[in-house]
Structures are given as structure tokens and as C-alpha cells.
Ligand binder design. Structure first.
Ligand SMILES: NC(=O)c1ccc[n+]([C@@H]2O[C@H](COP(=O)([O-])OP(=O)(O)OC[C@H]3O[C@@H](n4cnc5c(N)ncnc54)[C@H](O)[C@@H]3O)[C@@H](O)[C@H]2O)c1
Ligand SMILES: O=C(O)C(=O)C[C@@H](O)[C@H](O)[C@H](O)COP(=O)(O)O
Ligand SMILES: [Zn+2]
Length: 368
């Protein structure tokens, strides 16, 4: 079957393709040649992690060989902990030592961690070189490789330092998903569920119907879930590239509590998707009070997340600690935390919530 092509067309940016298909990594160089021909790269640097590199680095480098320029690689430790100040410093130093120049290209080969880290390295080194995303997790195919958010975590909170840099090209070669474990599969499903619920009845009820097949990794359903998610995200980002117009925040549904859980539990303790799923359960309940979220939606979302392998987390923390972590969320304004709440499927609101209401709902939710 031919690869699916989604064109990301953001005002003020060069258009780029997201290609989704089986076994397309080997053709990466051929597909990139026309994209990079305006300024042929003097060198390509593939950045990967210690789990992905042994599996797919060789195929990736072979795929890039047709471009005829030197291809170097560096490998960072696998896992969320690598999205940090220390590792980005090492990456910048390696880029300089390898002689990367403004006309070089960074290829991010890995999941969302490598995508965010390598994207940030590319966006900042010499004030910006071109970046190509080669996502290898379900999450990175459906979400993080598209839209240009890059960055690292601080001890104080998730993604607190970063930039926006749109990739030049995205290659989602779905065969690599075969080596992904159950935890990471469910993690990607969480972002698909987030997108479906925020997008429309059409996407949400398609997902409800196909959740068992997605959980079983049925290839046609997997490809359609990726394509639907990318089309949705590309449409949102096209309206609000830098999250400054009150539109892109919708992609943050579930993330206000989700990011607080990741920070407080320690990066890597829970997958990003598992924490976001918990955040979606909480936000829907908060929505019942503040946005008229119907009980049927709360229950339908719970059932969907259960089916996708995203069970309720065995985690709790004092409500005050969670609130303090949430206060560093990038959606906060004038010290108040703002939540994306689902008034209904396909109808979200960005609501500023006072501290007492948040504390009350956290205590209720976590049974304090
Ligand atoms: N920039 C964005 O728009 C955006 C969107 C969503 C999430 N994110 C970020 O993405 C990160 C989460 O990404 P993730 O869920 O992909 O995690 P990840 O990158 O840590 O990958 C998960 C695990 O799977 C391994 N792995 C990756 N590909 C594999 C493969 N094909 N086979 C076997 N193992 C493989 C990795 O080595 C890692 O151990 C978080 O830091 C989150 O904040 C960013
Ligand atoms: O692309 C976006 O915009 C998103 O919010 C997608 C999220 O899934 C992703 O986790 C993102 O990194 C969160 O962004 P942040 O600005 O809250 O750090
Ligand atoms: Zn996310």
C-alpha cells in the first residue's frame, strides 16, 4: 500500500510532508532530496537513543546515504530523564565537535524524548539548523513529531525550556512500531484519545468503535489513527503556531495534571501518555462542575481509556503539592491555573480555575 501523505501548511512556514507507511525509512534520503535541495546539507547528524539506535540507526543511515553527504550519529540515554540540561549540553558540544554548520541537518530518530531534545538542539545550535523528525513510537507519530514544539524539562517542571521550530519533513515508518512494548503503545493511545475527544464526534466515535483493534495493533486501524491524529494536529497548529491565539491550548487537554504527575512522581516513573490519561479523567470531572461536561462523556472517556490499556494510576500526592506543580504550567495566567475542559466531544473551553476549586476537586479525585 502506498504511503499516506499529510501536508502541514502553516502560515509563514515552509510546507512540510508527514509520510506514514510501512517500511519507508529506507527511502528517507530519496524523499528528503527535493526537500533539502534549496540548500544541500554539508553534514547530517542523526540523534537517537540507546534503545532505538541498535534497532534502526543502520537502516536510517543507509536510507540517508543517497544524499551523498557525511552522516554522523550520536546516541543519548533512553527515557524521559534525557530531556535535561546536562544532556542537551552534551549534544551541543558533540554538534560543535563534529563540525556541524548552518547548512547541516539534524535527524531525530526516536520517540518524543529524542524528538523534543534533538529538535531543541537543532533549533538552538548556531541559532537554528534544519530538523527532520523520524518518530519511532506511536506517541511521536501521532503527536510530538508534528507542530514544532521542542524542549527539555527542568527539575521544576516539564518542558519549561524550549522553542518552536517546524520540522522540514516527518517520516513515520510504521514497521518500527513492532518493537514497542505495551506501556509505550498505551502511551501513544492516550494522545490519540485526547485528539479524538477534542476534535469531533467523527474522530471520537470512530476511535470508540476501533479501540479494541487499535489496542491489538491492527495495521489499517493503526495507520488511520495516526493519519487522523496528524490531520487534526496540523489543522490546529496552522491556526495557532505559537500557542498565542487561544487555539493550540486544546492540545494540552489532560496535560495540566499530567505534567504535574510526571514532575512530582519523577521523570520516567510514568509514561507521558499514562499521566495525560489521568489528567483527562480529572479534567472531565472538573468539567462537570465548571463546563457542563455530561456524565455520559466522563463515562465514555473512562471506558475508552480502560480499553486502550490506560488504567487509573496508583499514585497520589498532597493536593497542595499538585497545585504548586500546576502553577508552573505554561497555560497559567496572572498566577491562575487554566484547564482545557471538554464541554462536549469536539467542544472544549479554556477555563481559569481558582485555587480552592482545584484543591477541592483534587481531594475528591484522589480520595484525600
Ligand atoms: N513536542 C510535542 O508536541 C510533544 C507532544 C507529545 C509528547 N511530547 C513529549 O514526548 C515525550 C514522550 O515521548 P514517547 O512517549 O515517545 O517517549 P520516549 O521517547 O521516551 O520513548 C519511549 C520508550 O520507547 C523506546 N522506543 C522508542 N521507539 C522504539 C521502538 N520503535 N521500539 C522499541 N522501543 C522504542 C524509547 O527508547 C523509550 O525507552 C515526553 O517528553 C513528552 O513531553 C512532546
Ligand atoms: O503540540 C502541542 O501544542 C501540545 O500541547 C502537544 C502535547 O501533547 C505535548 O505533550 C506538548 O509537549 C505539551 O506542551 P507544553 O507546552 O504544555 O509543554
Ligand atoms: Zn502530550
Amino acid at each position: 500500500m502506498a504511503a499516506t501523505r499529510v501536508v502541514v501548511d502553516i502560515p509563514g512556514e515552509r510546507q512540510y510532508d508527514v509520510r506514514i507507511g510501512e517500511d519507508i525509512l529506507k527511502d528517507l534520503g530519496a524523499k528528503l532530496a527535493p526537500v533539502l535541495e534549496v540548500q544541500p546539507p554539508s553534514r547530517i547528524l542523526v540523534i537517537s537513543d540507546s534503545n532505538v539506535a541498535p534497532l534502526y540507526l543502520e537502516t536510517c543511515k543507509q536510507g540517508l546515504a543517497t544524499l551523498g553527504c557525511p552522516v554522523s550519529d550520536i546516541t543519548v540515554p533512553a527515557g524521559e530523564e534525557a530531556k535535561c540540561v546536562e544532556v542537551i549540553g552534551e549534544v551541543w558540544s558533540a554538534m560543535a565537535a563534529l563540525g556541524l554548520a548552518r547548512d547541516s541537518v539534524v535527524v531525530a530518530l526516536g520517540g518524543g524524548v529524542v524528538g523534543d531534545l534533538a529538535g531543541f538542539a537543532g533549533a538552538t545550535y548556531m541559532r537554528g539548523v534544519r530538523v527532520v523528525q523520524v518518530p519511532t513510537t506511536l506517541l511521536s507519530m501521532v503527536d510530538s513529531s508534528v507542530g514544532g514544539k521542542t524542549g527539555i524539562n527542568l527539575d521544576a517542571g516539564k518542558n519549561l525550556v524550549g522553542t518552536f521550530l517546524q520540522p522540514s519533513y516527518v517520516c513515520a515508518s510504521t514497521d518500527v512500531l513492532a518493537t514497542l512494548d505495551e506501556r509505550e503503545w498505551a502511551c501513544g493511545c492516550a494522545e490519540i484519545a485526547k485528539s479524538a475527544l477534542i476534535d469531533s464526534d467523527d474522530f471520537f466515535f470512530w476511535l470508540v468503535e476501533n479501540a479494541p483493534l487499535l489496542a491489538e495493533r491492527q495495521p489499517d486501524v493503526v495507520r488511520e489513527a495516526i493519519a487522523r491524529s496528524v490531520v487534526f494536529k496540523a489543522g490546529v497548529v496552522a491556526q495557532d503556531k505559537t500557542e498565542s491565539r487561544g487555539v493550540r491550548e486544546c492540545l494540552n487537554y489532560g496535560h495540566t495534571l499530567g505534567h504535574a504527575i510526571e514532575t512530582l512522581a519523577g521523570y520516567g516513573t510514568y509514561s507521558h501518555g499514562a499521566a495525560v490519561a489521568e489528567g483527562m479523567r480529572f479534567a472531565a470531572r472538573l468539567g462537570q462542575t465548571l463546563a457542563g461536561t455530561p456524565l455520559e462523556l466522563v463515562e465514555a472517556q473512562d471506558a475508552l481509556l480502560d480499553q486502550l490499556g490506560l488504567s487509573v494510576l496508583d499514585w497520589k500526592a498532597p493536593a497542595e503539592d499538585i497545585l504548586n506543580a500546576m502553577k508552573r504550567d505554561k497555560k497559567a495566567r496572572q498566577g491562575a491555573v487554566r484547564f482545557v475542559l471538554p464541554a462536549d466531544v469536539g467542544a472544549w473551553e479554556l477555563v481559569s480555575v481558582d485555587d480552592d476549586t482545584i484543591l477541592e476537586h483534587l481531594r475528591l479525585y484522589f480520595g484525600e
